[in-house]
Design a protein around this ligand. Structure first.
Ligand SMILES: CC(C)(COP(=O)(O)OP(=O)(O)OC[C@H]1O[C@@H](n2cnc3c(N)ncnc32)[C@H](O)[C@@H]1OP(=O)(O)O)[C@@H](O)C(=O)NCCC(=O)NCCS
Length: 150
């Protein structure tokens, strides 16, 4: 792993719910984002990569997050790769992704998926990710689908 700046550490420990809410809001992510709900997210079984300042008066300050959710055998899906605005373009996003890729590779996971935010495809292309074909697109559950379970 080739880090451009040295004064940060990467922890495999979830951020707090409040920190995750702040990261989502500053990245402009949509959906119902509140601390009570994000408490479930940080307690759920995800592999987290959390970057914090390691020195000086900023020690411990959150700089970036990323995680993957996986069966640790066949599949992994990467979510929430977010670097705090003032700390972007310093190699932190790549450091998170390189660690995720290394860990998924070490586990022998066959398929690693992600779904880039608008405008971020190029960041993932340079890390070795490619779009799926039109015959095999990513799909998401539409909000207007009413599920009738009874
Ligand atoms: C996308 C994001 C995670 C990248 O993190 P970062 O720490 O700023 O990225 P890095 O500094 O590691 O960038 C590495 C390289 O990728 C390039 N890059 C960054 N974003 C890019 C993009 N959208 N398209 C193409 N290249 C990009 C950088 O220019 C840099 O190139 P260099 O090594 O030649 O200088 C960050 O910009 C971010 O958090 N954005 C907002 C949240 C978001 O949309 N996240 C994606 C969720 S899917």
């Amino acid at each position: 792993v080739n880090d451009k700046i040295a004064d940060y550490i990467v922890e495999n420990k979830a951020p707090s719910a409040a920190e995750l809410v702040r990261m989502y809001l500053q990245a402009g992510f949509v959906g119902t984002i509140d601390e009570a709900k994000m408490d479930r997210a940080v307690q759920s079984h995800s592999n987290w990569y959390v970057v914090r300042h390691s020195q000086g008066h900023l020690k411990g300050k959150l700089l970036g997050v990323g995680r993957f959710i996986s069966d640790h055998a066949r599949y992994a899906c990467i979510y929430d790769v977010i670097v705090e605005k003032d700390s972007q373009n310093q190699g932190i996003g790549s450091a998170i992704m390189q660690r995720i890729i290394a860990d998924c590779t070490a586990l022998g996971i066959d398929t690693v998926h992600l779904w880039p935010s608008k405008g971020q495809k190029g960041f993932y292309t340079r890390l070795g990710f490619a779009s799926l074909t039109a015959e095999q697109p990513a799909m998401t559950l539409g909000k207007r689908v009413a599920l009738k379970l009874e």
